[in-house]
Design a binder for this molecule. Structure first.
Ligand SMILES: NC(=O)C1=CN([C@@H]2O[C@H](COP(=O)(O)OP(=O)(O)OC[C@H]3O[C@@H](n4cnc5c(N)ncnc54)[C@H](OP(=O)(O)O)[C@@H]3O)[C@@H](O)[C@H]2O)C=CC1
Ligand SMILES: CC(=O)N[C@@H](CCC(=O)OP(=O)(O)O)C(=O)O
Length: 316
């Protein structure tokens, strides 16, 4: 069967990348909107209702509008915005998050694609909190750097107009109220929001999240080997998953800790570093903010929903 897919927001950064990934697929018919009617409610409503799956690559408010325009019971939705990440009735589209999440996504009518930042943080912390190595009320700080494409067309234009003169490393969200905090908190299993201090680098795409841990606060201090084993075990059972765990403390190539190392792929790689004598550890995740952080994850979720037994190449 050929599935009809409409990408609402197909001219944006995420939408274009999804289009590129689906263009050569013979099992998918892409429904496209005329350039001059991209924001026309009637034209969007017609295509949203004609689609088997609608992928929303829009600002939050426009994504909510698209959902409200769907009048039939058959159109399934993948929303790339942050409108529905912790909403009732929506499956969170991080397939490797738990053993059962891929099946939940496969059955869902409404899937919310994760934000780019939370996936790395959830991948690092969820196994440790659910495995009892860290308590839910552990005081967590998250740092990270993203390429400027994370800010969409507006930020891309801004950085590209400045070129090398643009800020190399610009911390932001300094009111500590970033829009990803609710999903980061909910799916890590933390009792309260972490202190999240992200930054944008002067490069196009690629992301690194870092969670430093002061373990000396705990009565039972896990070793680096125990932290690493809990994370590695958590992801060991993935079927066709894209999360990989580097050996404990391993930096095998100089490029391993480069935020751009997995650009152009749907992979997400985790690293654990530790000093047991000091009871300190650092958890790092590396991935492409436009790959596993957005378009790659959306295509992975689409494949699950369509029952495509995906190979690495289908999402990457
Ligand atoms: N970039 C990233 O790394 C990630 C982005 N996301 C999320 O995905 C969504 C899309 O982001 P991104 O692609 O970066 O954003 P862009 O700004 O690059 O693209 C958004 C697109 O939506 C279009 N649009 C805006 N309002 C409407 C409307 N009312 N009707 C129809 N089209 C509309 C815009 O039109 P126009 O071209 O005229 O501006 C634009 O083409 C956002 O919610 C974003 O937060 C999620 C994960 C990562
Ligand atoms: C560098 C940069 O600005 N990144 C964006 C996140 C991109 C993303 O994941 O967006 P959604 O949650 O809307 O899907 C930000 O921090 O707001």
């Amino acid at each position: 069967m050929v599935a009809r897919v409409f990408i609402d927001g197909e001219a944006g950064t995420t939408g274009l990348q999804i289009r590129d990934r689906l263009a050569s697929r013979s099992d998918i018919e892409l429904l496209s909107i005329a350039e001059d009617r991209r924001k026309d409610l009637k034209a969007r409503a017609d295509l949203l209702n004609a689609a088997d799956v609608a992928i929303l690559c829009l600002p939050d408010e426009a994504a909510r509008e698209s959902v409200s325009l769907i009048e039939n019971a058959t159109t399934r939705v993948i929303d790339a915005s942050s409108a529905y990440r912790v909403a009732e009735g929506w499956a969170y589209g991080f397939a490797e998050m738990d053993g059962s999440q891929a099946a939940t996504i496969a059955e869902a009518k409404r899937v919310s694609n994760p934000g780019c930042w939370p996936q790395g943080v959830i991948a690092c912390l969820r196994p440790l909190i659910s495995g009892g190595l860290l308590p839910a009320d552990f005081p967590v700080t998250v740092n990270g750097v993203s390429g400027y494409s994370g800010g969409g067309k507006g930020m891309i234009a801004d950085y590209e107009s400045q070129g090398p003169a643009a800020n190399m490393f610009a911390p932001y969200a300094l009111g500590f109220n970033h829009k990803h905090l609710p999903e980061m908190t909910a799916y890590t299993g933390l009792a309260a929001a972490p202190l999240f201090a992200p930054a944008v680098g002067n490069y196009y795409k690629g992301m690194l999240t870092a969670v430093p841990l002061r373990l000396d606060r705990l009565t039972e201090v896990p070793t680096g080997a125990q932290l690493h084993a809990a994370i590695a075990d958590h992801f060991a059972g993935q079927r066709n998953g894209f999360v990989e765990v580097a050996p404990l403390g391993a930096i095998e190539r100089s490029d391993d800790l480069n935020p751009q190392a997995l650009n152009g792929t749907n992979r997400l790689r985790l690293h654990v570093f530790a000093n047991d004598a000091r009871a300190q550890a650092l958890l790092i995740a590396i991935y492409d903010n436009l790959g596993k952080g957005a378009s790659g994850a959306a295509v992975q979720n689409l494949n699950l929903m369509l029952g495509v037994d995906q190979t690495k190449s289908l999402a990457a």
